[in-house]
Design a protein around this ligand. Structure first.
Ligand SMILES: Nc1ncnc2c1ncn2[C@@H]1O[C@H](COP(=O)(O)OP(=O)(O)OP(=O)(O)O)[C@@H](O)[C@H]1O
Length: 494
């Protein structure tokens, strides 16, 4: 059941629901918002795109009432300032999540939606609200309201975060900050179907995303942010991904990412760097094999055993073969990525330290130059001495990627590593992977985005923990991955 309906005809011709004028917000020396002006109307889906660190999340925190601007003005639904509960009718699903991990799903729903759930005997109504909204938005979900958030995988936590944000009887503006970075394809489709329904009932939705295709398919208008300001606003129907890419300040054309990886893929005379015993979907014994210098993809629908393969390698479980020096890039940076009390430099060098120290003594100058090189190479906004917790989400993720590549590991495990990283940086990271593979590093890469897998030499498609097929070079396409992901065991391979 959708919340209250606001007829579009009643609202679209009137003042915009959201009016931001010359909004400035600084954090210490950083001008996160440098004079933002924008309007959002009821009955529209409004996209916001921009590089990591462009100011998108800061603007969203201001609109949700969590942060106040230093100067300029923000008006939402006629209110010029938020109450302690934020602006009326505004709810937000946060990029990094806002759930209390030690509580259950329904306890979280109760805490954030107390206005709409009775205070006495609240367990059942909170549980019913949680289940109903999850069923409505994500009909295939397998979450129970009594699950502890900490026990849920990232994608399920993200679904709860989104469902939580929509439970408000007075909802007028829903803000979704990178909501699909950890969702699988069908969950993404379900979310956007729900977003369209909300829009059609007169709500406003602001969608922040690096996925330009999604932005163009669901939004009515799109604002491009750069260096803390809105530099242009477009009708989604009249722009292309490339237009947005250029408006964001793209110097590298999207196509330069190129297909395929190292071109040494077929060279099986190279030594085997990784061997993981597996079963095919038909139950026959097989292996995932990577030769030194290969980029190997683990593809398929999310949650089909790709992360377990990485985990077996990382833990070196008995039956796997893998080189001694390993590095791992987690996608779940909040749980297993950043070391929040340290700065960028220490987060970046933590796994490189053994290679940088001589007879046990740290060599500060080598550390400094390694940090400077990677901060520059990945354009980590904030610099070496910034507290990592103050970095934007995408910049935090870049530090975790840099940490692995700055180490002396010869095999690098990538667990959906580019969540929240902007399109330009992704292009550079794809090139980095290829050049590091050419130098002899072996890369095992799980990605929930099929299009990323085309940068691999070979990809294994996993289904229910087994190998559904192996694709080489130009065979690695969205269509082939999807058809292998869904074919029944015993059927002829697509
Ligand atoms: N709490 C904070 N303390 C210090 N600096 C901050 C804080 N929050 C944001 N910043 C800085 O403000 C700038 C804008 O960050 P913001 O998170 O708004 O970017 P973003 O566009 O959402 O990036 P991303 O795409 O990576 O999520 C960044 O330089 C960031 O380091």
């Amino acid at each position: 059941m959708l919340t209250k309906t606001f007829p579009v005809s009643d609202t679209a011709d009137h003042d915009p629901l959201v009016q931001v004028r010359a909004a400035v917000k600084t954090y210490g020396p950083t001008k996160a918002l440098a004079g933002v002006t924008l309007d959002v109307r009821a009955g529209e889906v409004f996209g916001v795109v921009g590089h990591n660190g462009a100011g998108k999340s800061t603007l969203m925190r201001v609109l949700s009432g969590l942060d106040a601007v230093d100067s300029g003005s923000v008006q939402i639904g006629g209110a010029g300032r938020p109450s302690e509960r934020g602006f009326p009718g505004v709810r937000m699903a946060y990029q990094e999540g806002s759930l209390a991990h030690e509580l259950t799903v329904y306890e979280n729903i109760y805490l954030s939606s107390r206005n709409w759930i009775p205070d006495k005997r609240w367990h059942k109504p909170a549980s019913a609200r949680a289940a109903a909204r999850l069923d409505e938005i994500f009909p295939d979900h397998t979450i129970s309201p009594s699950d502890y958030v900490d026990d849920l995988p990232l994608a399920d936590r993200q679904m709860v975060e989104i469902a939580r944000a929509t439970i408000a009887d007075d909802l007028r503006l829903l803000i979704l900050d990178e909501p699909t970075e950890s969702l699988s394809g069908s969950a993404v489709d379900h979310l956007y179907a729900y977003v369209r329904k909300l829009r059609d009932s007169g709500h406003a939705i602001i969608l922040v995303s690096h996925r330009l295709k999604e932005i163009l398919s669901v939004c009515d208008r799109v604002a491009v942010m750069k260096d803390g300001a809105v530099v242009s606003t477009h009708h989604a129907a009249s722009v292309t991904e490339q237009d947005l890419f250029l408006a964001m300040g793209g110097e590298v054309a999207i196509q330069t990412a190129g297909r395929g990886a190292t071109k040494i893929a077929a060279d099986s005379s190279r030594p085997v760097a990784v061997n993981v015993p597996m079963l095919t979907v038909d139950g026959a014994a097989t292996q995932i094999v990577a030769h030194k210098g290969e980029v190997i993809g683990l593809a398929g629908i999310a949650g089909q055993g790709q992360e377990q393969v990485l985990d077996r390698l990382w833990r070196r479980s008995g039956d796997v073969e893998v080189s001694p020096a390993l590095a791992y890039v987690p996608g779940d940076r909040q749980r297993s990525g950043i070391l929040p009390i340290w700065n960028v430099a220490r987060n970046l060098t933590i796994t490189a330290l053994p290679g940088l120290s001589r007879t046990g003594l740290r060599q500060a100058d080598k550390e400094d130059s390694l940090v400077a090189e990677w901060v520059d190479r990945l354009k980590i906004r904030g610099g070496a001495n910034a507290a990592i917790a103050g970095l934007s989400g995408g910049n935090q993720q870049k530090v975790i990627v840099a940490r692995a590549f700055a180490s002396d590991a010869d095999t690098i495990l990538l667990d959906d590593p580019f969540r929240g990283v902007d399109v330009h940086t992704k292009v550079e990271l794809y090139q980095l992977i290829k050049s590091e593979a050419r130098k002899g590093r072996t890369i095992i890469w799980y990605s929930s985005e099929n299009s990323e897998m085309q940068h691999c030499d070979r990809a294994y498609v996993l289904r229910a923990g087994r190998i559904a097929g192996e694709l080489h070079g130009s065979e690695i396409t969205d269509e082939r991955i999807i058809s292998l992901s869904f074919a029944e065991a015993g059927e002829p391979r697509p």
